[in-house]
Design a protein around this ligand. Structure first.
Ligand SMILES: [Zn+2]
Length: 270
């Protein structure tokens, strides 16, 4: 599943090139997770102003309205002036004066959705409840601590829920908690300011590094240049059950939290 770093890498791979381009036409393939909400032909004539991102949604700002794109479980975007005809798993084409943006999504959990603005439905609904952006300026250590104070669930699950901070998926959650020395089962509300500061720094560091490396975890992930990943998160704990911790040598432990695997070092994380 594309995580926030992959989505950000995708954004960076075509944002500059599509900026200022005029939409010539648009076409849908098979239905995606949600309907587009506008006749594809109605997109023609609009200009792409900018490509933003909120959580795992890419936002293509037009001179009128915004197109939200979500990659779902298996989606990838390709932006090129030379694309073959739509294949069986290509479900959206935005043909612009600078090239065609194409969504390839074999499992079709992805979505392309039109909204009049970020504050109009369905954009408002889809973006409501998203926590702070981990790579943005609003991800402030004091606000992070204040957000965690209100949550009594285990910190790992609070991170995954995404309503305090977005983008910390299952693999990243184990990794950042290891880096911060925090046991995944600790109640979020019980973490001291010093410990949440460490977690805050770890989240920024791990996600920024994943973006730098071109994404993270999925072998079949490709960016909008069609380049497939050389990126594999160098996991310190994730997927390393029973292997010695790189810091202290204690075997890494695997537990389940809310049906998801959690990996941690029982010695380094308290
Ligand atoms: Zn250890």
């Amino acid at each position: 599943m594309p995580e926030l770093p992959e989505v950000e890498v995708t954004r960076r791979s075509f944002a500059e090139r599509i900026r200022g381009a005029r939409v010539l036409s648009a076409a849908m393939g098979k239905p995606l997770r949600w309907p587009l909400g506008i006749e594809p032909g109605m997109l023609a004539g609009r200009t792409v102003r900018e490509v933003g991102r909120r959580g795992k949604y890419l936002l293509l700002w037009m001179d009128e309205g915004v197109l939200l794109i979500h990659l779902g479980m298996s989606g990838s975007l390709n932006f090129s002036s030379q694309l073959p005809p739509l294949g069986a798993h290509d479900h959206f084409d935005l043909v612009t004066s600078a090239g065609t943006l194409r969504l390839h999504d074999p499992r079709r959990f992805g979505a392309v959705v039109w909204a009049e603005s970020e504050h109009a439905d369905p954009a408002r609904k889809l973006l409501a409840g998203l926590g702070m952006e981990p790579l943005g300026e609003d991800f402030d250590a004091a606000r992070f601590h204040a957000g965690l104070k209100l949550r009594r669930a285990p910190i790992k699950q609070v991170l995954l829920a995404g309503d305090v901070v977005v983008g910390v998926g299952n693999i990243y959650a184990s990794e950042v908690l290891f880096l911060a020395g925090i046991r995944p089962t600790v109640r979020a509300s019980r973490l001291s300011r010093i410990r949440t500061d460490r977690l805050h720094a770890a989240i920024r560091e791990v996600l920024a590094r994943a973006v730098e490396r071109g994404g993270s975890t999925l072998r079949d992930f490709s960016n909008a240049f069609g380049e497939t990943g050389h990126f594999q998160l160098e996991a310190a704990v994730y997927g390393r059950a029973a292997q010695p911790c790189g810091r202290c040598g204690t075997p890494i432990r695997l537990i389940r939290q809310g049906q998801r695997s959690t990996f941690f070092c029982p010695e380094c994380q308290a």
